[in-house]
Design a protein around this ligand. Structure first.
Ligand code: ISL
Ligand code: CA
Length: 548
């Protein structure tokens, strides 16, 4: 492996959700010029790459994941010239840009779908997955991620189309070669434009079992089945991605697959030199607080948390490391402790150490570097995200809305999507007018300006953590060695490369523990506490380096 050329393994990624990052033109919506105005901030943070959530034209049924034109920038976000300028400026500052590639589905307002609906013999008909209508019953029992059934009857031709996500996100038919060629051409245009790679949205779902058989497990309340055995990691998916790579990949570009339903036994089929992807996101850690479903929230089992981390380290040679993204609740609210300022500060820092000093590419989700927390939504009307809106509506129909609301307060995707809190001014300095989404109430206490020059802030801790890992070959490429302990809330591991060794000790819990081995020969290099020692207070994190 040539360590020097694998830019996606060296240095941190910052996930940037443009709608909520910075508004430059006073319409309450974040935009590309807003990002440009904050390049210094990103540079100071020390990140080496950005994953930018979708900026393509979209009616925003699913906030940009429903694309109506792959070749144009969403009007509210700016122009293609703005995007080009952003890419150039990032490159001048040593930062790469990875865009989102959403090709499992398009918007129903995409020209391809507008044509496809028109008639059964339209040249674009087969760009999507259609079935004739018999008895007004959907062609199979598949459920969608956002609605009970994955099928919608389109009256124009009296046929059903498949949508694994919202009704406004019809699934593309990857069996159609013209469709595939059009996607590859689109990817090549963006590589020519200057992007450095793509995060491939639900890429493991693009191939469907052509027979579209019923699922027989994981039924939702409406009797539809989460039939992923028929559309996740299908044999054809490998062929399509191989073809995609052959037709698009360039020497320094990268593909990061959102590997929905990947597990420890199949993940090795997805990443590597001769495999379809360079990096994958898997979501096992995002499930450690899920009971029967995402919104059925259970307390974190620290053993499970640790096993998930360490077992994935063994399962594949290179992981991605993250505790949040635009689909998740805020990490400090979920895995840390926000009951008072000092625990909030300490646990946010600890979580950064615990996850990012593992082996793999680190991803910080915007706002995580200042410890942004879940929002206190007061009314379902404040929700913007289709997932929780639909979930709440369905639960109302069944009279479970009080329970649903509890789950939403803990896990709604909207928690991650509130505007970045830049300062204590109106709308947290994100905009001068009311933003598209309510700013978190705590912006006076939590904001960038307040943390900028405070040596104890989460922000300055993140800067140090990023530097420490980015500048260390051992913390980047060294082996991970788990140090077993009987105390289940202690996460302890070493990073070892040749003669160098780091020891990482994190207390994941609110309990005080004592270390039962010697720290002789170790020197403290980073901590969220002023003192080090054998007494491990709640949420402490210590990073030691072996000196003798
Ligand atoms: O968000 C989820 C659960 O709350 C996930 O199941 C999510 O739907 C899944 O990981 C796929 O996510 C991606 O594709 C979706 C889009 O809504 C998400 O924002 C995106 O990250 C459809 O494009
Ligand atoms: Ca704007």
């Amino acid at each position: 492996m040539n360590h020097q050329n694998t830019w996606w393994k060296q240095g941190f990624f910052y996930q940037l959700y443009p709608r909520s990052f910075m508004d430059s033109n006073h319409d309450g919506i974040g935009d590309i010029r807003g990002i440009i105005s904050k390049i210094d901030y990103l540079k100071q943070l020390g990140i080496k790459a950005i994953w930018l959530n979708p900026v393509y034209q979209s009616p925003n049924d699913d906030m940009g994941y429903d694309i109506s034109n792959y070749n144009e920038v969403m009007t509210e976000f700016g122009t293609k010239e703005d995007l080009k300028e952003l890419i150039d400026l990032l490159h001048q500052n040593g930062i790469k840009l990875v865009m989102d590639l959403v090709v499992n589905h398009t918007s129903d307002e995409h020209q391809w779908f507008i044509e496809s609906r028109k008639s059964k013999d339209n040249p674009y008909r087969d760009f999507y997955i259609w079935r004739d209508n018999h008895n007004n019953q959907p062609p199979n029992n598949w459920s969608s991620f956002f609605t009970p059934s994955a099928w919608k009857l389109d009256t124009l031709t009296n046929s059903w189309y498949l949508h694994l996500f919202s009704e406004k996100q019809p699934d593309l038919n990857w069996e159609n070669e013209s469709m595939r060629r059009a996607i590859y051409a689109m990817i090549n245009r963006w590589f020519d434009f200057g992007v450095d790679g793509f995060r491939m949205d639900v890429i493991t779902l693009i191939a469907k079992n052509p027979k579209l058989p019923d699922g027989n497990r994981f039924f939702n309340d409406h009797g539809y089945s989460m039939a992923f055995e028929n559309y996740a990691l299908q044999p054809k998916m490998y062929d399509y991605l191989q073809e995609l790579k052959e037709n698009t990949a360039r020497p320094h570009t990268m593909y990061l697959g959102e590997a929905t339903f990947a597990n420890q036994s199949n993940a090795h089929t997805l990443i590597g030199d001769d495999k379809p992807m360079d990096l994958i996101f898997q979501f096992d850690l995002m499930d450690v607080d899920s009971g029967k479903h995402k919104f059925d929230v259970i307390p974190i089992d620290y053993n499970r948390f640790k096993r998930t981390l360490f077992d994935w380290q063994k399962a594949i040679p290179w992981n991605t490391l993250f505790l949040c993204n635009h689909d998740q609740a805020r990490s400090v609210s979920r895995f840390g402790n926000t009951s008072n300022e000092s625990l909030w500060n300490r646990s946010a820092k600890m979580l950064g150490v615990a996850i990012h000093l593992m082996k793999g590419t680190s991803f910080i989700y915007q706002g995580e570097e200042i410890g942004m927390t879940n929002s206190r939504f007061e009314d379902p009307k404040e929700l913007k995200d289709i997932e929780s809106i639909n979930y709440y509506k369905l639960s109302q129909e069944q009279g479970h809305e009080a329970i649903a609301w509890e789950g939403i307060l803990k896990k709604a995707r909207d928690h991650a999507r509130t505007p970045i809190q830049w300062n204590g001014l109106d709308y947290a300095g994100f905009s001068t007018v009311e933003p598209w989404m309510k700013v978190n109430q705590n912006y006076h206490e939590i904001n960038v300006q307040k943390q900028q020059n405070d040596p104890n802030s989460i922000l300055n801790f993140y800067r140090k953590l990023i530097q420490l890992k980015t500048n260390s070959v051992t913390l980047t490429y060294g082996d991970v060695i788990e140090i077993e302990t009987n105390i289940k809330s202690l996460l302890i591991y070493k990073r070892v490369l040749e003669n160098e060794e780091y020891l990482i000790i994190c207390n994941l819990s609110n309990e005080i523990h004592r270390l039962d081995f010697s720290l002789k020969g170790y020197q403290l290099v980073l901590s969220n506490m002023l003192h080090s020692g054998y007494e491990l207070e709640s949420y402490v994190a210590y990073v030691y380096r072996k000196v003798s």
